[in-house]
Design a protein around this ligand. Structure first.
Ligand SMILES: [Zn+2]
Length: 346
């Protein structure tokens, strides 16, 4: 008798369990910043960055294309090459509105070689190279934003200014997408040696201009797939990258200029360099290398910004002076490797 009474309850319980096991459909979630919905306010905001971006040559590299689709989303809704290009075009629009001169490695669904992408950025002496990609993993819940710079601290190829750019882009891009930065690094920026030790990414290895590579999110993610298929979201993503670039240039970086050499008392020479920055050079950050070896025998005069480097002329031949310096906001000067030739005085 008792079992007879309980049966309806049991039945209900079983149905409820089944419902809980059915996969719930993921909601397409993203936030459009208010500024992107108001054209006149957007124009005003972009105009604030114009003094810092006008005339800058920015080379945008939408990853893959043509015969190389890149990664494909789990249900085949979007190919990486499409998302990369869509984001790149919106980024081009924002940058051009701010007066930058934008170059693209491709503007359509074309196959472009990796070396060719780097060569073209080098040819135009780009101020900045930004390669745009979306990541992939076999785990369909993996999803985060990462920004790569070439090489790592201590390596000859490492340039701290690339990491500075990476940090700015990573911060605003991750925030715009509402993604975290992954567990491999504290701030979401990574050395490309983390992926290919000692070599890094082809495009970052082959450029001789400053640059970064963005893996904006995981196209293989069930959560990300429907977002990346939306133009409105592609634009949000581009806005994040734009803000990173704009804020980096607004914070600025020191410049290094070779002023010439003057004779010293010992019959040698002193090389003179001028370090300048709009907001101020941080003297504590100055590092000088001669032929790859660090030297502390230099003098920096903060009031004039002149760095004096005594140079031993006993070594005839070619030498390289490398100077690293940051401004008070922590941004480093662009790569400075000064080649000098010491000749015998007749
Ligand atoms: Zn890719």
């Amino acid at each position: 008798m008792k079992s007879h009474i309980k049966r309806p309850y049991l039945y209900v319980a079983v149905v409820a369990l089944l419902a809980a096991c059915t996969p719930s459909k993921l909601e397409t979630h993203y936030v459009v910043p208010e500024i992107l919905t108001d054209e006149s306010k957007l124009g005003e905001r972009i105009a604030t960055y114009e003094p810092h971006l006008r005339g800058k040559k920015i080379f945008i590299d939408p990853g893959h294309g043509g015969e190389e689709p890149g990664a494909i989303s789990p249900n085949g809704v979007v190919e990486e090459k499409e998302a990369n290009l869509a984001v790149s075009k919106f980024l081009q629009g924002f940058l051009e509105r701010a007066g930058a001169r934008v170059y693209m490695s491709r503007v359509g669904d074309e196959t472009v070689g990796l070396e060719e992408r780097a060569e073209r950025a080098n040819e135009i002496r780009a101020d900045l190279f930004v390669s745009i990609h979306h990541n992939a993993a076999s785990n369909r819940t993996a999803n985060y934003t990462s920004t790569f710079y070439h090489a790592k601290e201590g390596a000859f190829e490492y340039e701290p200014s690339n990491r500075d750019v990476a940090r700015y882009i990573q911060r605003d891009l991750a925030y715009a997408m509402r993604n975290s930065g992954g567990l491999g690094s504290f701030d979401g920026t990574y050395s490309d040696y983390w992926i290919y030790d000692g070599a890094g990414f082809s495009v970052l290895r082959n450029i001789d201009v400053p640059g970064v590579l963005v893996e904006a999110s995981f196209i293989s993610s069930d959560f990300e797939e429907p977002r990346l298929a939306l133009e409105e979201f592609n634009r949000v993503e581009a806005w994040g990258i734009f803000l990173g670039i704009a804020k980096y240039y607004a914070a600025g970086f020191p410049t290094i200029e070779y002023l010439g050499a003057e004779p010293d008392d010992a019959g040698g020479a002193i090389l003179l360099y001028k370090l300048a920055d709009r907001t101020g050079v941080d003297p504590e950050t100055i590092r000088v290398f001669v032929d790859g070896k660090r030297t502390t025998s230099f003098h920096y005069e903060p009031t004039t910004g002149v760095l004096r480097l005594p140079f031993l002329t006993m070594y005839f031949g070619e030498h390289v002076v490398r100077i690293i310096v940051a401004n008070e906001r922590g941004n480093h000067a662009r790569p400075h490797r000064h080649e000098i030739e010491v000749e015998a005085v007749r």
